[in-house]
Ligand binder design. Sequence first.
Ligand code: NI
Length: 396
Amino acid sequence: MSDFIQKIKSLSDKYFEEIRDIRRHLHTNPELSFEEHNTASFIEHKLAEFGIQDVQRVANTGVTFCLDGREKGKTIALRADIDALPITEENDVSYRSRNDGIMHACGHDAHTASLLGAVKILNDLKNNWKGTIKFIFQPAEEKSPGGASILIKEGILENPKPEKILGQHVMPLIEAGKVGFRKGKYMASADEIYLTVKGKGGHAAMPENFVDPIAITSQIIVSLQHIVSRFANPKMPTVLSFGKISGGTVTNIIPDEVKVEGTFRTFNEEWRKEALAKIRDITTNIAESMGGSCEVKFAPGYPFLINDEDYTERNIGAARDFLGAENVEELDLWMAAEDFASYSHYVDACFYRLGTRNEEKEITSGVHTPTFDIDETALKTGMGLMAYLAINELEN
Ligand code: NI
């Protein structure tokens, strides 16, 4: 296999500048979730340039196609997300965003460029692998309900049905040249919570005549801490955080209502349902017991992400062969959410992290910040390893 690894690595080197320029083009021209029209056209244009046929649109701004190897075999899917975030870029680089207030601050430009690199490599090596690879350039990872769930509804996991799905995501905590894997549950489900606590406003000097939603809200927030500390199984990570409270105007007026917004995250679908029901019960009961009321709304987010144990184990082994064992790290649980999770509830999935950090080049900013950037040498690993993992799975 080592000759073959060398072959893929030399193709990654050969295509590096082209793929880096693709990443820079995408970085300069970011588009928000569900609005990736130019991005999708650009991907189609590149695929045509690479000689790829039968490319299809899915969910308006998604792009997909299948590539067949030398003979029939398994089908696997490779996925990249293509959307950007509503952030104003602060990096002073030649490829800085030219779309005001929009930035590839989560590295989806790197995922897309890497997958295009993998397309080139896998297309060049078509006689070296059997089966079918379905490529998915997925829109709207960043915005609920997420592009993945829409693509699944539109049949992306059928005709042909992939047996495995692989995705990668940049990770500025890991050095460029390295990657990270985790078997089993990896990322959390995330639901948004919107509470409107209603009372009856009036002069703060006469509280006995009114219903104070600020006092009620305080009780609610304190009581909801029981969800994590008393109701959650301590062996099941759970987060309940409130990021926003708004209500009231000045010191001496009791307002009519207070709005609270928060997020609930965990790793078990049954507990997720149960916990949201408890949140509803606790908030409405407290508000009513104090003479007010509470309107509770949930915006359901992505499910938890689970990496298939066996498939991920095989990928870890293959990644060690490709990069050297010292360049393959084990990841911790991560309470953030990612819409690749949706696929992982239908197909054996593996979602791994591509290191993009470089302290010497001062590339250390976190994702979703205005100074986020990547060490572009990571694109070599981004395209090469993905191509190798695909072939390894199809051949074995
Ligand atoms: Ni992302």
